[in-house]
Design a protein around this ligand. Structure first.
Ligand code: SAM
Length: 252
């Protein structure tokens, strides 16, 4: 075990611009690259106390936090489209993923970072201020409650949900927050046809339709990823999301 001296320089993230270009049809400009590096440095510094993530080597952080976060929004077309200003909510953001890389890569978007744990959001408030990200705010509370709040229900163009629970739970958290025509992006690892069939009835109840399943491998460690794009076609009935704890206790 090597323990870095407190004044050791921060390790540097890889900058594989050709990989960004190939997989996301985008690459960070100099200011964005600097922000991504600052996000990395702050996260690993605070991680020693807060235990936000187990992903700390530069390559792992780049692939599993930065690339993974951004690859999923590439199909939405916002990475290079300066004119559209989508409202995005990241449900169960934890240490700020995927919401913070998205806010950096899509500066015209407004990003709400939601989590039920106030301690994590307090860290994120400090981080957002340090990075000077004016398009981000934190949103404390359970997704089941926020989904009924008039200021948040049916207000977003996209709801990102990574590592928060089973797919139908993520859909129940995400779809109520979307405008009609908005997209819930469900980050998954393995995925099968049986998973798709199991998810369909939940989506039908929530007003969603699965429009795309993107299957790919991460570019460095070649791990399997699936990303589900669920379009909101109809208003979500007011019974959803169900009361706090019910979506995970009895998934749709
Ligand atoms: N999305 C991040 C990522 O992929 O790195 C963090 C994932 S972490 C495993 C799950 C997070 O979801 C935790 O921070 C937890 O507090 C939050 N969470 C779980 N259930 C939630 C709910 N019902 N409403 C809001 N946040 C929730």
């Amino acid at each position: 075990v090597s323990i870095a001296a407190p004044d050791a320089p921060d390790p540097l993230l890889p900058e594989p611009n050709e990989l960004w270009q190939e997989t996301c049809d985008w690459q960070p400009d100099a200011a964005q690259a600097q922000l991504l590096q600052a996000l990395y440095a702050r996260t690993i510094a605070v991680n020693r106390q807060l235990n936000l993530t187990r992903i700390i080597s530069p390559e792992d952080f780049w692939e599993k936090h930065l690339w993974d976060s951004l690859r999923a929004i590439a199909p939405l077309g916002w990475l290079n489209a300066g004119a559209t200003a989508p409202a995005i909510v990241d449900i169960g953001t934890g240490g700020g993923f995927p919401g913070l890389p998205i806010a950096i890569a899509v500066p015209q978007a407004t990003v709400a970072l939601n989590d039920a744990t106030r301690k994590k959001l307090a860290f994120l408030d400090g981080l957002v201020a340090q990075l000077g990200l004016e398009n981000v705010r934190t949103l404390a509370g359970r997704a089941e409650a926020i989904g009924h709040h008039p200021g948040h229900r049916a207000r977003y163009d996209a709801a990102m949900v990574r590592a928060v629970g089973p797919p139908s739970v993520c859909a129940e958290y995400g779809l109520p927050l979307l405008k009609i025509g908005g997209t819930a992006v469900l980050y998954r690892g393995r995925w099968s046809n049986a998973d798709t069939e199991a998810l369909r009835p939940a989506l039908a109840q929530l007003g969603g339709e699965l429009v795309e399943i993107a299957a790919y491998k991460t570019p460095l460690s070649r791990s399997n990823r699936h990303c589900l794009y669920v379009r909101k076609r109809a208003k979500t009935p007011s019974a959803f999301p169900r009361a706090i704890g019910i979506p995970t206790k009895t998934p749709l």
